[in-house]
Write a protein that binds this ligand. Structure first.
Ligand SMILES: Cc1cc2nc3c(=O)[nH]c(=O)nc-3n(C[C@H](O)[C@H](O)[C@H](O)COP(=O)(O)OP(=O)(O)OC[C@H]3O[C@@H](n4cnc5c(N)ncnc54)[C@H](O)[C@@H]3O)c2cc1C
Length: 381
């Protein structure tokens, strides 16, 4: 049995997932080894998903989109993660990058973002800087008011999908001394002179381009501000509540694939005169892998349900982020063990799964930061 067969979906969800799987099997899967080696995002394959109507499905109906629910979106992300987490993450981030606009923008900005997303345009989210990661309220990128415009100056690093983005949601400060109370967000069009610099050579999710992005005195009209001066922090935090669990579905997709690869191998590999799947020590290891994978899936479905109902996550987002990311690394690592020495070879797909899994413990707020969040919630009266 494959892990997908253990997951319940509605007929409507199944239709979308079958279409996603079909494109993944035909277009993506055969090219993954080569793209992983090169470290390239395949824009032609991404366009096939856009043409099939699988991009930006979350755009609300009131702005002309499908307004698909989080549960279905999570399932699609998990499926993409099964085939290639780097591709899926980048494809998904292209539209989720605009989430700040839907969280804190004006009606006009939301309508504009929706139209651009539905035309297949991609957004990148720029918060991290070379000297500022977890302590995000200390960002150094400045926005200075000059008449009806703002001038943005600073460097962002590790920006996912920057190379393919048409728009950049940029976190700036209007006054570094104000810390989080100075954070101000802007929507910046690429053609205003945004420079895409260093392409990072990464351990995993190599189909996902990650770049340094330079804003060298970029002028934007004041109307490009998302929210108000000093209100960016709240928008970023609310945005992360939604985007973070979305991203973790790719980690669960990795775990699902790692289980399936391990099981397929264990059914054919013979030792001691029988398939290794019939050795109880190994069979129980596979059971342990699938148990953790299904718990990650179920926990994320619960988060999707809360988001769909507009209910607060109250720490669930952080807890599930830690669990799903650790599970992906654990299950991918165990999958290598099931394949023995072959698992360690690039010729087999499982070593890549471990390389791809690690990042989910680091980005979208490190797992240590999620512990800080959970610990401080517990310390509240
Ligand atoms: C592949 C990739 C893609 C990314 N995509 C994006 C993107 O699209 N947009 C974007 O803005 N950013 C992006 N990031 C940045 C990512 O979110 C940061 O790397 C992450 O938040 C950690 O920041 P840092 O790397 O500066 O580590 P640091 O903040 O320097 O942390 C170093 C270590 O210290 C620990 N630490 C820090 N503070 C505490 C604390 N208070 N308590 C306990 N431990 C602590 C951390 O957990 C970590 O282990 C991406 C990063 C990568 C690697």
């Amino acid at each position: 049995m494959k892990v997908f067969d253990m997951i319940q979906t509605t007929p409507e969800q199944k239709e979308i997932l079958d279409l996603t799987k079909q494109i993944c099997e035909k277009e993506l899967l055969p090219r993954v080894p080569e793209l992983d080696k090169e470290g390239t995002f395949p824009e032609d394959i991404a366009q096939k998903f856009v043409d099939a109507g699988l991009y930006a499905m979350e755009v609300p109906e009131q702005y002309g989109g499908m307004g698909i629910d989080n549960e279905t979106l999570f399932l699609v992300a998990e499926t993409l993660g099964y085939y290639d987490a780097g591709f899926g993450f980048t494809f998904h981030a292209g539209s989720m990058g605009a989430e700040c606009v839907f969280v804190g923008g004006t009606e006009e900005q939301k309508q504009h973002a929706a139209e651009e997303l539905l035309a297949g345009k991609k957004f990148a989210f720029c918060l991290t800087e070379p000297a500022v990661g977890s302590d995000a309220a200390s960002i150094q990128t400045t926005a200075k008011k000059d008449g009806d415009e703002y001038v943005i100056r600073g460097n962002k690093c590790f920006i996912s999908g920057a190379e393919i983005a048409d728009y950049f949601v940029v976190a700036t400060t209007i006054d570094k001394e104000l810390k989080y109370k100075g954070i101000t967000l802007f929507l910046v069009e690429k053609e205003r002179g945004v420079q895409i610099a260093k392409h990072e050579d990464k351990m995993g999710i190599r189909l996902s381009p990650t770049n340094e992005v330079i804003f060298d005195d970029i002028r934007v009209p004041a109307s490009n501000m998302i929210g108000a001066e000093g209100k960016g922090w709240g928008i970023v935090m609310r945005n992360m509540e939604v985007v973070r669990p979305h991203s973790m579905n790719f980690a669960t997709g990795i775990a699902m694939r790692a289980v399936d690869e391990a099981v397929s191998y264990a059914k054919v590999r013979q030792q001691f005169g029988k398939p290794i799947i019939s050795l109880q020590g190994l069979n129980f290891l596979l059971a342990d892998m699938v148990e953790k994978t299904l718990v990650s899936h179920s926990a994320l479905m619960n988060v999707a349900h809360l988001l769909d109902k507009g209910m607060p996550l109250n720490g669930m987002g952080s807890a599930v982020k830690i669990y799903a990311s650790q599970t992906a690394s654990y299950v991918a690592s165990k999958s290598i063990e099931v394949l023995g020495g072959y698992g360690y070879m690039r010729e087999y797909p499982v070593e890549k799964l471990l390389r791809d899994a690690k990042i989910f413990e680091i980005f979208e707020g490190t797992n240590q930061i999620q512990q800080v969040v959970l610990g401080s919630l517990l310390a509240k009266d």
